[in-house]
Design a protein around this ligand. Structure first.
Ligand code: ADP
Length: 469
């Protein structure tokens, strides 16, 4: 069975968040199950692509409205565990960032057209197309209704929603950019008077998955305007919990750590990593270390951090370390806090993969007070590195973290999102940390939890099989 994943991100080539981690890991695990899983993504101008070799597989040209663009399909020479193809469109995709440009609509439309042009001319077609989030949302519509791609309409399509907050909507003045289709299907493009790629994907995909079972349930209440549509398409929707790549995320072999460790030497291993990290950020290795890694946005509850951290640091003798970027006001408030608490708090504004690994290894607790969390991978990385997650029970966090006061518990959970909830949960963690015997036992239990892709890859396989038959 040949499956083509279409995505805007894929680790280690280009990563903004969890989407990259999923698309960079799931195909590997699928290949272990005998699926022939491949990935196609845009060719960006970044550190990874600069230093790599590629084979040219195909050259073509595509029309976007009245503009023409030439494109190439390249094949990455080194092995990632699955074949990786990249779409190079110099004027549109070959840029430093993945998202955030005024012409993102044109960029990702051109990407999708190039992918389908390439699939169309390949003799061997995929048995199934698995596409991810709104950047690839027109794929099933084009395969079924665009005149040019009609021969692809029998190929099953699966949409995975990693985050329904972002939908890629745009106005009808760009309708002419979409390749010719029978206008009686125009309603499939529409949601609330705009063209909405995520809504189109939800309507047209053969099956929909969300990245955790709880997120699927929550989407019928909160989906940034798509609640009714998702409720309507419930019959073809399924929640499949994300896994993690346990080869990339393994404290025993992780070459981004200063000292590797396993279950047998977790205490000394984490202690060593903590000491180095605390030195780097002027923190005290003798005190518990609480960290946050992620986008500093409302969804993650980051706007509450400045007040919550200020009050907590006055009250408790702990360290707090933040790695992330996002909302400029939150960034600035978090930076200001370093002047008040220079020896117990620090922040690194930016994206730093290596530092993220070191923080998972060195921390005692990881904070995730998310308002919305489709799955969340950070808590699973934290567990694997023996770091206790403190989470708001929502979405994937609800599906993966059990409170220490409940049977078999290993995390600290709160139901609501507020400054008080964050402070209260940190207070619970401070108390818990005092009982070092219990703390170390729970830490070891965290490391034993298996969140690898093995199980979920099997779930995807049975979903694919049900469609291919
Ligand atoms: P998101 O909603 O951002 O996709 P996820 O929890 O699904 O959240 O995935 C976040 C991924 O991005 C994790 O691999 C996390 O370690 C990584 N990450 C987030 N922010 C940063 C950062 N500033 N530096 C390094 N890695 C980061």
């Amino acid at each position: 069975m040949e499956v083509l994943h279409i995505s805007a991100e894929c680790f280690p080539v280009a990563k903004v968040g969890g989407l990259a981690d999923v698309v960079g890991a799931l195909p590997k695990y699928q290949n272990n199950l005998g699926v022939s899983a491949k990935v196609i993504m845009p060719f960006y101008l970044n550190k990874f692509t600069k230093n790599r070799k590629f084979d040219l597989l195909f050259q073509g040209s595509l029309a976007l409205g009245d503009k023409n663009y030439t494109f190439q399909i390249l094949n990455l020479k080194i092995k990632l565990g699955f074949p990786l193809f990249l779409v190079k469109i110099p004027e549109l995709l070959y840029r430093e960032n993945v998202y955030g440009y005024d012409d993102d609509t044109e960029r990702f439309l051109a990407f999708q057209i190039a992918v389908l042009d390439w699939v169309l001319q390949n003799k061997k077609k995929p048995d199934l197309v698995h596409f991810h989030d709104h950047h690839t949302g027109f794929i099933p519509f084009l395969m079924s209704h665009a005149k040019k791609y009609k021969v692809l309409k029998e190929i099953p399509t699966v949409l995975t929603i990693h985050n329904a907050q972002y939908q890629g909507q745009f106005e009808y003045d760009k309708l002419h950019l979409i390749p010719g289709f029978d206008k009686k299907h125009i309603g499939l493009l529409d949601w609330s008077g705009q063209i909405n790629p995520l809504a189109t994907a939800i309507k047209c995909a053969w099956k929909i998955t969300t990245v955790s079972p709880s997120y699927l349930v929550e989407l019928s209440q909160h989906a940034n305007g798509l609640e009714n549509l998702l409720a309507h398409e419930k019959q073809k929707s399924l929640g499949v919990l994300n896994g993690i790549d346990t080869k990339v995320w393994n404290p025993e072999t992780d070459n981004m750590l200063k000292k590797n460790y396993a279950l047998t030497n977790v205490q000394s291993g984490k202690k060593f990593n903590k000491k180095l990290l605390c030195k780097q950020f002027n923190l005290d290795p003798e005190k518990p270390l609480f960290s946050f890694i992620g986008r500093l946005v409302y969804e993650k509850g980051a706007d509450l951090f400045p007040e919550a951290f200020y009050k907590t640091l006055l009250k408790h003798d702990i360290n707090i370390l933040v790695l992330g970027s996002g909302n400029l006001e939150t960034e600035s408030q978090l930076k200001t806090l370093t002047t008040t608490f220079s020896d117990k708090y620090n922040v690194y504004i930016g994206y730093n993969e290596e530092l993220a690994h070191q923080i998972y290894a060195a921390s005692d607790f990881l904070l995730m007070p998310s308002r919305v969390e489709p799955c969340g991978l950070n808590q699973m990385y934290a567990l694997r590195y023996g770091t206790i997650p403190i989470v708001r029970s929502i979405g994937g966090l609800k599906d993966t973290v059990i409170d220490i006061d409940d049977e078999g518990g290993f995390g600290i959970c709160h139901d609501l999102v507020s400054v008080e909830d964050i402070i209260y949960s940190i207070g619970r963690a401070v108390e818990f940390y005092k009982d070092q015997k219990e703390f170390k036992k729970v830490r070891r239990n965290c490391m034993k939890i298996d969140h690898s892709w093995d199980k979920s890859a099997k779930e995807y396989l049975s979903l694919y099989k049900s469609l291919i038959n």
